[in-house]
Design a protein around this ligand. Structure first.
Ligand SMILES: [Zn+2]
Length: 422
C-alpha cells in the first residue's frame, strides 16, 4: 500500500485527499488537496472565482509520538456578501485557526476537565493557543437559539481575579441553572446588553426573573420585560439579614470592649475581663452559620447569649425567623409568616434590625413571589466557586473574554464530542 493511500484511510480528512507525506523536523507533514471546486466564505456564500492562492498548515492530532501537520494550498475569494477578500472555509478547521477541528475539540474537552499547564504539556502547545482555541470552540457552540424559549431566569454577579472584577451571569431556571449569557461588569448597562441580545419578542416571553434587589437590575428588568415577575433571590435576602446581625455584633463588641476597660494578659493574648465582652467575643461564625452546622462550642456561645437575654440573641433569632420563610412546612402561608416577622422586627428596638425590616417591607411582594415560584439563585451562587476553580486552573489570567469563554464551556451545558467518539 502506498503511504498516501494509508494516510488517506487513517486520517479520513473530510473534503480532501492526501497527495503526499513527508517526514520533517516539525513532525509528519501530510499534503492535502481540496476536493471542492467552489470556494466557500465562512459566512456561507460561495463562488468559483479564485482571488489568489497560498500554502497553509494546520496542527492535527498527534500520530504516535510525532506531531502531525496538514498542509494544503488554499484559496482566497472575494465574498460579495461580506464585501471583502476572505480565505476560503475548509471542512477540517475553523475559520482563522491553525489547528484542525479535531485538535481544537480535544483541547476544549480537556479544558472542561483539567488545568491549562497540563494541557500544554500533554499536547505540546502554548498557553495562548489553548486560550484562543477555547474562545473559538465556544463561539462555535454557543448560538443565539439558546435564548429561544426562555421563561424563568436568574441574574447574578460573579467575581473573578481575587474579587476585583465582576461578570454578570444570566442562567435558565428551567434548565437546571445552565448559563445563558455572561457579560463583563455588574452594572445596569451590562444587564441591558443581555436584553439587547434577547430582543423585545423573547423578552416578552419571560415569566419571572430572580435577582439581588439592591442593585440597578430590577429597574432594567422592568424596562425591558415589564410583564415578568421580579423575584428577590433568597440568598441575597438572607445575606441582608446576616449583614444586619453582624452590624449588631460589631456595635456590641466595640461598646463592651471600650467600657470593659481593663485588658488582662493571658496565655491566649490580651483578653478583656468584662463578662459582657466575653459573651460577644468570637461569635461571628456562630451567628452566621446554619445552626445545623454548629460545632459544640458555637452552640454553647448562642446558648450563653440566650441565657443572658442578650440583644445579639434577639437579633440572631430574628434573622433565623426570616430564614424560616424559605423552609416553611407545607400548608403554612408565607405571607402570614412574613407579615408576622415584619411586625416583630419593627418592634424589636434594635436599630440595625429595624432598618432591615424597612428594606424587607419595601420588597415584600418580590420576596413572596420568589417563595411562591420556588426560585432561588443557589445554582448561580455555585458559579462563584466554579469561577474560582477556572482561575485556579490557569484560565482566568488573560482577559475577561477568556473567563467568559470558560464559563460558557463549563457551565452552559456545552457537550464537546471527542474526535475518538465520532
Ligand atoms: Zn462572506
Amino acid at each position: 500500500m502506498r503511504a498516501t493511500t494509508a494516510f488517506n484511510k487513517m486520517l479520513a480528512i473530510p473534503g480532501a485527499v492526501v497527495v503526499g507525506v513527508s517526514f520533517g523536523r516539525d513532525g509528519i507533514e501530510v499534503s492535502l488537496r481540496l476536493r471542492a471546486r467552489r470556494l466557500r466564505c465562512p459566512c456561507g456564500w460561495s463562488t468559483r472565482a479564485v482571488y489568489d492562492r497560498a500554502e497553509r498548515r494546520w496542527r492535527h492530532l498527534d500520530l504516535g509520538g510525532s506531531r502531525l501537520l496538514l498542509s494544503a494550498q488554499i484559496r482566497r475569494l472575494y465574498c460579495r456578501r461580506c464585501a471583502r477578500v476572505v480565505t476560503e472555509q475548509v471542512p477540517w478547521a475553523r475559520p482563522g485557526a491553525r489547528f484542525t477541528r479535531d485538535f481544537e475539540d480535544l483541547v476544549a474537552w480537556l479544558a472542561q476537565r483539567m488545568d491549562k499547564t497540563a494541557i500544554c504539556r500533554l499536547l505540546r502547545c502554548s498557553w495562548k493557543s489553548v486560550a484562543a482555541i477555547v474562545v473559538r470552540v465556544v463561539a462555535d457552540h454557543v448560538d443565539d437559539a439558546r435564548l429561544d424559549d426562555v421563561y424563568r431566569i436568574g441574574v447574578d454577579e460573579v467575581s473573578y481575579r481575587k474579587g476585583h472584577r465582576y461578570l454578570t451571569v444570566v442562567a435558565d431556571h428551567d434548565r437546571d441553572g445552565a448559563v445563558l449569557w455572561v457579560g463583563e461588569g455588574k452594572s445596569g448597562a451590562t444587564f441591558q446588553h443581555f436584553f439587547d441580545q434577547l430582543g423585545p419578542q423573547r423578552a416578552a416571553q419571560l415569566d419571572a426573573v430572580s435577582m439581588d434587589l439592591t442593585g440597578a437590575w430590577p429597574k432594567v428588568c422592568a424596562q425591558n420585560a415589564p410583564q415578568a415577575q421580579v423575584c428577590a433571590d433568597p440568598f441575597h435576602v438572607v445575606k441582608l439579614a446576616n449583614n444586619a446581625v453582624d452590624e449588631v455584633r460589631r456595635g456590641q463588641w466595640n461598646s463592651t470592649r471600650h467600657t470593659g476597660g481593663r485588658l488582662r494578659r493571658t496565655a491566649r493574648g490580651r483578653v478583656s475581663t468584662d463578662p459582657a465582652a466575653q459573651l460577644v467575643k468570637k461569635t461571628r461564625w456562630a451567628l452566621l452559620k446554619d445552626p445545623a452546622a454548629w460545632t459544640d462550642h458555637q452552640a454553647d456561645q448562642i446558648a450563653a447569649l440566650r441565657r443572658a437575654r442578650h440583644v445579639l440573641f434577639r437579633a440572631w433569632a430574628l434573622k433565623e425567623e426570616l430564614r424560616d420563610l424559605y423552609r416553611l412546612p407545607a400548608g403554612k402561608r408565607p405571607d402570614a409568616h412574613l407579615d408576622r416577622w415584619l411586625g416583630w422586627a419593627a418592634r424589636c428596638r434594635i436599630p440595625a434590625m429595624i432598618e432591615l425590616a424597612r428594606t424587607i417591607r419595601a420588597h415584600r411582594n418580590t420576596i413572596l413571589a420568589a417563595v411562591e415560584l420556588g426560585l432561588s439563585n443557589s445554582k448561580l451562587e455555585g458559579l462563584n466557586s466554579k469561577t474560582r476553580l477556572i482561575n485556579h486552573r490557569g484560565y482566568g489570567h488573560h482577559s475577561a473574554a477568556a473567563v467568559i469563554a470558560m464559563i460558557y464551556l463549563c457551565c452552559s451545558g456545552i457537550s464537546i464530542e471527542l474526535p475518538t467518539q465520532r
